[in-house]
Structures are given as C-alpha cells and as structure tokens.
Design a protein around this ligand. Structure first.
Ligand code: MIC
Ligand code: SF4
Length: 642
C-alpha cells in the first residue's frame, strides 16, 4: 500500500488523511477550469445550485473547443459563458487566448494545489506539480460551489525515469512507451507519479506532454515533483512567487513501479485507432502521409513549435502533404512571431490555425477518405478527425515535422542535427485578454441565446427497472463513440434534446430513433466503457433518451461518475462472459431497483427474453447510491442541501 508519495502529501496539506486505495476520498478543490464544450452545462448546473458566487480560490472559464462560429449558436454560447463568468466570480479566457490546459499551465497552475476541470486532459497541470483531475461538468459545478470532489482513493504508481532523451526523441515518446506497456485501460484507478534522476532532464512543457496523455491510460491523474525546473518555468512566466517545492518523502511507498530509461527510447507512433497501438516510427518508414497536424493540448508549447520551425527552416513541406499547425496559446503564437520561427513555418508552407483545439476534436481539417493523417494530438479514436475511414497516427512534433518534409513516415533522426531549443528565460506574458469578474456586490446580466435549453431532469428510481437492450457493444467504447464531437455536433452542446439525436450515431445511426421507440432502455458493453473524454453529454443525452442502465465488464472513471450524476446505473457483470449471452432486443429487469441499489452490492438482472439470471454488482459509495436512486446529482442536491 502506498504512502508519503507526492499525492499523499498534497492530500495532507489539504487537511485530508489519505485513505487506503479504493476507499472514498473527498478532495478539496482549490481551482477549477471549464471549457466551452462542457462549460455551458457546467455553468447552467452551477446556476441551478442558486449560489451568488463561486467558492473556489480560482475558477477559469476557457473558450477553446468550438471557436469556428459556423452558426450564431457558437457566439451565443461564448457570450453566455462570458457574462456568466463575470456575474459569478470566474475569470474568462476568450476564444483566441488558447487551449485551456496550455494557458492554465502558463498563467494559473500552482504546485501543490488541486485543480478540477471539465475536461479529461486537466492532468496536464500535473506537469507543474498540481493534483489535477478531469471530471464531468456537474462535478466541476459542485466544486465551484465549494464541495469537495468525491472519488475512490487511487493506487499510486511510480514511474522511475533514468537517463536522458536522445536527440529527436521526445516527451511524447515517453508517454507513448508507457501507453504501449500499460494500455488504454491500464491506468484506471491509478495516479502516475514521476520520479528518478531522469525527471531533472525534463522541462515543465515536456512534463506536461507526459501528464496530459496520462488521460489516455485512464489514469486519475499524473504528477511530477516541483523542482528547480518548475521554479525556472514559473520565473520565466513572471510567477516565481507561486512556486513551492514538492517531492515525495524519502520513505515513500508505491503500489507499483515502472522503470523507463529515457536513453533507450526511440521515436514512436500510435497507430489507428487507439493511443496504445504503439510502434517505432521506423517500422512505418516510407508510408505516405496526406496530412500532418501539429497542435493540441499535448504538443503545442513554444518549445514544440519552435523545434518544428527550426527543423523546417529553409526547407519546404512536401507538395502532396498538407501541414497545419495550431499553436497552444496566444503566448506561444506571439513568441513564435517575435522569434522569427513563425516566418520559418510560413515559408516552409505550413498553414497556421487559430490557437484552439481545432482539428484535435474534428473542428475542421478532416483528412481525405481513407487517408493518413499524422498528428501530435492525444487521441486517434476512429472518426474523431471527422473522416470515419481515415487512419490517424499520433506522434511527436519532431516526427510530424519529418513527415511534413518528406511526405512519408520518416524517423526524425534522419533530419540531421537536433535543434535543441532552450527554455526561454522569459515568456511573452500578456494577460490583457482575460476578463476578470465583477465585484461581489454587482449583478451584471447573464445573456442566454436561444440555443441554450434548460437542463433535462432525471427520474428517481421506483419499482422494477425494465428495459430493452438497445445496443450491444465491445471493449474500450469511447465517449466519442457515445456522443461524437466535430463542429456540427459541438454546436449543440447547450441543447440536450437536439444533441441526443446523435447518440452513438457513428456506430449505429438508428440508435436514437430506437431508444425513443422503446421509451428508453439499457446498453450492454465490454471493458473500459466510456474511456476518453469527460463530456457528460455522453451520459446526459442517453438519459434524455431514457437509458436507465449500462451493464458492462468495467467502466472508465470519469464516465462512470457521469452516469451516476445523471441517474444511469453503471452495472458490472460478475462474469464478463455473460455479455455473450445477451442480445440486442432482449428485455432485462432489475427487480425493485431503488431498494436493491440502496441496500445491495450484488444482485441479478433477469433476462425476460431468455429466462436467465445475470449476476451483476455495483461499485458505488453509499452517497453515489443515493444520487443514482434520486435520478441524478442535481435532483439529490435539491432534495438534500436546501
Ligand atoms: C476531448 O479531447 O475529447 C475533449 C473534447 O477535450 C473532451 C471534452 C469535451 O468533450 O468537451 C475531454 O477530453 O474531456
Ligand atoms: Fe482540446 Fe484536443 Fe486537448 Fe481535448 S484533447 S482539450 S479537444 S486540444
């Protein structure tokens, strides 16, 4: 059992006696972040709690996901977020200011503090030594209201780094190697803590690339110590006063240890369609690449893009390959401009996009049908790029630059001397776009556009729960499978009835029609159901369609919590093989659902169609059972907290 790790120390500093792994943990939340695609719901949920102002040390509302403005709804959502932030004490970061995780690292992250964000890549801030976690919008709204975040105490895994990265081998290759070993479900219920002498060889932006993609392991969070490199980064951001050192106790104990020799790594890629399908770049050498995308919260720091610019300087992008680059923040873009790197990128033929998520979430730059796109982003789930049959490969900016020049997968070590970009002594700090909230006494108007529809209400459990199996799914179903994104669907994030039409649309376009026809039902699935993003729409929209339970072999952490928050029961098969004996269309019953959920861990679902009993269990705390039985957290809160 672990103890005295960095994570334990942060808990103790927050007055929490660390429980044993698997026991309930209530984490006090210092800071929150939201982004537009999850933020409108989180803000509506916060407003529904009826408080005059947020109760955190700092809450920031970013607009970075859907910034295209193909319909007025987009602008109207941004305006709602801006006016709501002003009224309730939240700092607002407008479109163009940058991707939430990059900007938060630059301007707000503080070692040793806790951060809850309505985005699964919130652990990026672990690169600066924060205990930072992703959660559904409702959990973030509760945190804004001053409630601690409830989760199970994770196991702590030490990732012991030794050696030095070789030229052209990068932080991205470190996390891809960990994904290769651990898989996309290997980190569920774990915190990855980085240690060992290799830590001091990595700068904060490099560390943040690694902690960012801990999300792809399914991890609760990932965290680096706060050391002299952290101090240097914060000093260069003009924030040295916020720095504190943070390291594990000399007697720290971990549940598991992974050893990574940085010197032994080589450039890697993740092949379609999962981030753990990792292979050396050299294995794919010569394969044509249609498009190269550099950006996202994983790899769009100044160092990343300045390295790409140096690799491209004086050369030209291969004519059959498109290169698009989305800088992570306005700070990054302005430093690229001032240093001359931007003109190197432009001269080489790169297309520069806005500082936003953009292609990472399918907002523009769909690759050609059946094409190959090589991206520095963190997820390559099928269809997420906007082209269902495209192959998305994940790699470092260095590997991306090599392919942009040659038009084929190329080991970047073939490019010659490595342009080792030093950490800037001073970053170009310009906070002028942030909008600070109004004073406590003021009550500015909150402006809501017509696209913003009221929150749907969950139904409390009563009597038997009977439902048709609406869909049977395999392992590792992502929240992108459940609730796809892309510019068109993202515009509907504030309108649950409208977005519900697209539930499972990439897998089964008839799903929403069938769900409505049956008046709702049950979904069955394999392992790691709901991996990937924190989008609570993957629970909210199914709830709207009447889905009352998901029975699966196992669940991803954030999605499991979102299901409970919206009154959908996450049932786990005792015997995973039972999934094979359930068919779409079968009728399943959970007798006396409310009483069963409140009082029992193990029970059976009756398959009325085959006449068999299916043993299942729920792994919920007493508080979560109450929430699920009440029909979701808001319903529960209204009954219990007023
Ligand atoms: C993602 O990368 O999938 C997203 C889009 O950032 C999501 C949040 C969302 O769906 O709005 C995430 O990672 O949580
Ligand atoms: Fe944005 Fe992509 Fe990062 Fe999600 S993973 S926050 S879509 S850049």
């Amino acid at each position: 059992m672990s103890r005295n790790t960095i994570f334990h120390k942060i808990l103790q500093d927050h007055g929490v006696d660390p429980p044993a792994a698997g026991e309930p943990l209530a984490l006090p939340v210092d800071q929150t972040l939201t982004q537009d695609a999850t933020g409108t719901m989180a803000c509506l949920q916060f407003e529904a709690l009826g408080l005059p102002r947020v109760r955190t040390r700092l809450s920031v509302s970013y607009v970075d996901h859907n910034t295209l403005g193909t319909t007025p709804a987009n602008f109207e959502d941004h305006r709602y977020l801006r006016t709501m932030a002003s009224r309730y004490g939240i700092v607002f970061s407008p479109p163009g200011n940058g991707i939430c995780h990059q900007v938060h690292l630059e301007r707000f992250g503080v070692p040793g503090r806790t951060l809850l964000g309505s985005d699964s890549h919130t652990p990026t801030a672990g690169g600066i030594g924060m205990a930072a976690m992703g959660a559904g919008g409702l959990d973030v709204a509760m945190a804004m209201a001053g409630e601690p975040f409830s989760l199970s105490m994770p196991k702590i895994v030490l990732v012991r780094l030794s050696g030095n990265l070789s030229p052209w081998v990068t932080a991205k290759d470190v996390i891809l190697e960990i994904l290769r070993r651990e898989t996309v479900k290997g980190g569920v219920g774990c915190v990855y803590e980085y240690g060992g002498e290799g830590v001091s060889t990595l700068t904060v932006p490099q560390r943040a690339t690694i902690t960012n993609m801990g999300a792809e392991l399914g991890a609760t969070t990932s965290i680096f110590p706060s050391d002299e490199n952290t101090r240097a980064f914060m000093a260069a951001q003009g924030r040295e006063d916020d720095w504190t050192p943070l390291s594990p106790g000399a007697d720290a104990e971990y549940d598991r240890v992974i050893d990574i020799d940085l010197s032994a790594l080589e450039p890697l890629v993740a092949k379609p369609h999962m981030p753990d399908q990792v292979a050396p770049v050299s294995e794919l050498a010569g394969k044509p690449v249609d498009q190269v995308v550099i950006g996202s919260c994983t790899n769009s720091s100044f160092r990343d893009l300045a390295t790409v610019a140096a690799a491209l300087s004086g050369r030209a992008v291969c004519p059959s390959t498109q290169l698009v680059i989305a800088p992570g923040s306005r700070q990054v873009l302005s430093m690229l401009a001032k240093s001359g790197a931007l003109s190197d990128l432009l001269s080489a033929g790169a297309r520069i996009l806005e500082c936003a998520c953009g292609p990472c979430i399918g907002v523009g730059q769909a690759p050609p049908s059946g094409g190959v796109t090589l991206r520095t982003v963190n997820r390559n789930f099928k269809g997420r790029s906007g082209t269902p049959d495209a192959g998305v490969y994940l790699c470092s900016p260095e590997t991306a630059a090599a392919a942009a020049l040659t038009g084929v997968f190329t080991d970047p070590r073939e490019l010659g001397d490595y342009p080792d970009i030093p950490m800037p002594q001073t970053f170009a700090v310009d906070d002028s776009l942030f909008i600070l909230p109004c004073g406590p006494g003021e009550k500015p108007e909150v402006i809501m556009g017509p696209n913003i529809k009221p929150l749907p209400k969950g139904k409390p459990l009563s009597g038997d729960l009977t439902g048709t199996v609406l869909l049977k799914l395999s392992d590792n179903i992502t929240t992108d499978d459940i609730m796809p994104a892309g510019a068109k669907i993202l515009s509907l994030r504030s309108n649950v009835p409208a977005i519900s039409e697209y539930v499972f649309s990439g897998i089964d376009p008839e799903f929403s029609k069938r769900a409505k026809h049956h008046g709702g039902g049950i979904v069955v699935a394999g392992e790691n159901y709901g991996q990937g993003s924190s989008r609570e729409h993957a629970a909210l929209a199914p709830m709207h369609l009447g889905v009352r339970a998901v029975a699966a072999r196992s669940f991803a952490r954030i999605h499991r919590a979102n299901l409970v928050n919206f009154g959908i029961l996450p049932l786990i098969f005792d015997n995973g093989a039972d999934l094979d004996n359930i068919s779409q269309g079968d009728i399943l019953t959970l007798p006396d659902a409310r009483e069963t959920i409140l009082t029992r861990d193990r029970f059976s679902l009756k398959n009325q169609t085959t006449g068999t009993d299916i043993p299942v269990h729920i792994d919920l705390s007493p508080a979560e059972r109450e929430v699920a039985a009440a029909g979701g957290r808001l319903a529960w809160y209204r009954e219990n907290k007023k």
